[in-house]
Design a protein around this ligand. Structure first.
Ligand SMILES: Nc1ncnc2c1ncn2[C@@H]1O[C@H](COP(=O)(O)OP(=O)(O)OP(=O)(O)O)[C@@H](O)[C@H]1O
Length: 230
């Protein structure tokens, strides 16, 4: 296996305030990793560090070479992000929102038809405005858009936020399908059930430091529970 994403001694700060400190981890091709931690632990910042949004020192490698500082570069190199809050464009249709993902297109398996197969509701609502969809459908739209860039690694920030349990189940099944097609997932989630259902391993952040990692079965240990308890 080879590493798609590697953090080596990463420190991230906003205007001098350090939010991540000496964080190192590796995401291997085809793996699913849950990133957990309390509110404010630095999970979103870890994802945004790949894009150089906070000030970053240390090394971030994509496929073994430095990530660089251009915002479009991760997508062009096989890493896509489904951001918290989804960022759907209400003045564009569902299909136009999806097609935005093609901007950084690499060769691969995800066509508009393929994402409609995965998310049939999006196909049925293709001509509706993006914001006419339910919260769950908007999350699916954000994932569909990210898939069009053909990621080797899909990073998702709190995809279950605000969704009903039945919709979370649907989303979990879709992510399982995406994973089974060889895409690695880095999943930031407060909903530990989803991480247990999908991830091979976890990383736990506490106050900006990596406080634990291991196979997903260890999420139940008391030590880890203390790190991630809300
Ligand atoms: N743009 C920013 N400018 C300054 N500080 C920020 C910025 N974004 C986040 N922070 C701070 O960085 C810290 C980590 O935030 P981050 O959003 O990465 O945490 P998180 O683990 O994702 O939490 P949550 O679950 O609440 O989203 C917090 O103290 C937050 O206030």
């Amino acid at each position: 296996m080879s590493a798609i994403l590697e953090f080596k001694g990463v420190r991230a700060s906003y205007d001098g305030a350090v939010v991540l400190d000496d964080v190192s981890f590796t995401i291997e091709e085809g793996s699913t990793v849950g990133l957990v931690g309390r509110n404010g632990a630095g999970k979103t910042t870890a994802l945004l560090s790949v894009y150089g949004v906070p000030q970053v020192t240390g090394e971030i490698l994509l496929d073994g070479t430095p990530a660089g500082r251009r915002r479009h570069e991760p997508a062009a190199r096989g890493v896509s992000l489904v951001p918290q809050g989804k960022r759907i464009f209400g003045n564009l249709t569902v299909e136009e929102n999806i097609l935005l993902g093609r901007a950084s297109r690499r060769r691969g398996q995800w066509s508009v038809e393929a994402v409609y197969e995965l998310f049939p509701n999006l196909g049925r609502g293709a001509k509706r405005p993006g914001t006419a969809l339910s919260g769950g459908e908007q999350q699916m739209l954000a994932i569909a858009r990210a898939l069009l860039a053909e990621p080797k690694l899909l990073m998702l920030d709190e995809p279950t936020e605000g969704l009903a349990p039945v919709v979370i189940d649907e989303l979990t099944a879709a992510l399982r399908e995406i994973r089974s097609r060889g895409t690695a997932l880095l999943l930031v989630e407060q909903h530990i059930g989803m991480i247990r259902a999908l991830a091979d391993s976890f990383l736990a952040l506490r106050k900006g430091k990596l406080a634990g990692s291991g196979p997903v079965a260890d999420l139940a240990s008391r030590e880890v529970q203390e790190v991630i308890a809300l």
